[in-house]
Design a protein around this ligand. Structure first.
Ligand SMILES: [Zn+2]
Length: 371
């Protein structure tokens, strides 16, 4: 991603926004009297009880995430590389092995880059493709390309963005039962995960040498009718909230809210942090709030959310401010990750997803009360 800089900001502000126009011509009304595309604006999350939270978090396992999800991602994986293909296979295999039944689609394309034409592949995993509305979690799985003079040193991109992608895989695994139950209850709201290729600039960050995958997918989703037979609504309108995670995994991350229209969801992340703190679910977490600061001003950062934001999608951008000190250095590796912070954030994210999806976990009955 790219922070600051007047060039990038002016590029951001000159990108067109079509969403208000699209909404204006959408007249497909749901049974409750508002168009389904506007239900997201009135969406209410459930608040899980402490017993439900304990049940929900009983399956999350940092060591398992580390070995099964994260390690296979810590390879050189710039677009078109063998590692990039291996990581795609890893994501597809991992989600495909789960009981909830994820549909995983590929969005393959070729783009001109400073190094000539290169192949890119985004992965789109959807829990229930028949549901109109989607809570989206997103990360980029490519790593930054360093040319051959750096040979001998490998850029792992551990926070950038292997950890966020592993956190998404861990969420799908740990909440497999809950997500399956939520899907089986046939709500019109589901979970979708987007794994972007080509976030990084290959040579130097410009509007055309960056965000290859997200630019391609946002445009494609805008042009794809949704639901399938729709004539005037598209896949972007199916996104309730687009939660992008980036640069996560370093010690002591702090996040600020960047967007007014999603600030209530950002505040909910803080409320979950406080609740988990009071339940002693967060390790090395001395104060009730360490991570999520809704009132803290943070500058906007150009990242994979921008092509979606500019088309009217509501965004939560979970990127620490300041960035990790290892950002875009060879020290952004496994050794410098903070396991405790990652596990704490895993728990907060998992509760957030369940509450947003109105997915109450089954609470095991107390064996002492059993007959
Ligand atoms: Zn990067």
């Amino acid at each position: 991603m790219w922070k600051g800089g007047t060039t990038s900001m002016s590029w951001l502000s000159t990108m067109p926004s079509f969403y208000s126009v699209i909404i204006g011509v959408t007249f497909i009304f749901h049974t409750n009297g508002i168009p389904w595309t506007e239900e997201k604006l009135q969406h209410r999350a459930v608040t899980l009880t402490e017993d439900e939270i304990r049940a929900a978090l009983s399956h999350t396992d940092l060591e398992q995430m580390w070995q099964r999800d994260l390690r296979p991602l810590l390879v050189t994986r710039y677009p078109g590389s063998a590692g990039n293909q291996a990581v795609q296979n890893h994501i597809k295999t991992t989600l495909g092995s789960l009981g909830a039944g994820w549909e995983v689609m590929e969005d393959k394309f070729v783009s001109q880059t400073p190094y000539g034409q290169l192949p890119f592949t985004n992965l789109i995993a959807t829990l229930d493709p028949s549901a109109k509305r989607r809570l989206v979690l997103a990360c980029h799985f490519d790593s930054k390309y360093y040319p051959p003079q750096w040979h001998g040193r490998e850029f792992q991109g551990a926070t950038d963005s292997a950890v966020p992608c592993a956190m998404m895989l861990e969420l799908a695994r740990a909440l497999d039962e809950e997500l399956k139950a939520q899907k089986d209850s046939s709500p019109d709201l589901t979970l979708q995960m987007l794994f972007f290729d080509g976030e990084e600039a290959l040579f130097q960050w410009t509007p055309t040498d960056s965000l290859y995958g997200s630019r391609h997918l946002a445009k494609k989703m805008e042009a794809t009718p949704h639901p399938a037979e729709a004539t005037n609504t598209n896949q972007l309108q199916g996104i309730d909230l687009f939660v992008l995670m980036d640069l996560i995994g370093a010690p002591s991350p702090t996040f600020g809210s960047q967007f007014q229209d999603t600030s209530s969801w950002f505040t909910r992340l803080q409320s979950i942090e406080k609740r988990l703190h009071s339940m002693n679910q967060l390790a090395e977490h001395p104060n009730s709030v360490q991570y999520f600061w809704p009132d803290r001003h943070v500058g906007r950062v150009i990242d994979d959310h921008v092509p979606f934001l500019n088309r009217g999608v509501r965004v939560l951008h979970l990127i620490p401010s300041p960035f990790p000190s290892v950002w875009h250095t060879f020290d952004d590796n496994e050794e410098n990750l903070d396991r405790t912070a990652i596990q704490n954030l895993n728990k907060i994210l998992q509760v957030f997803a369940l509450e947003y999806l109105n997915a109450r976990p089954a609470v095991p009955s107390d064996p002492q009360n059993a007959p």
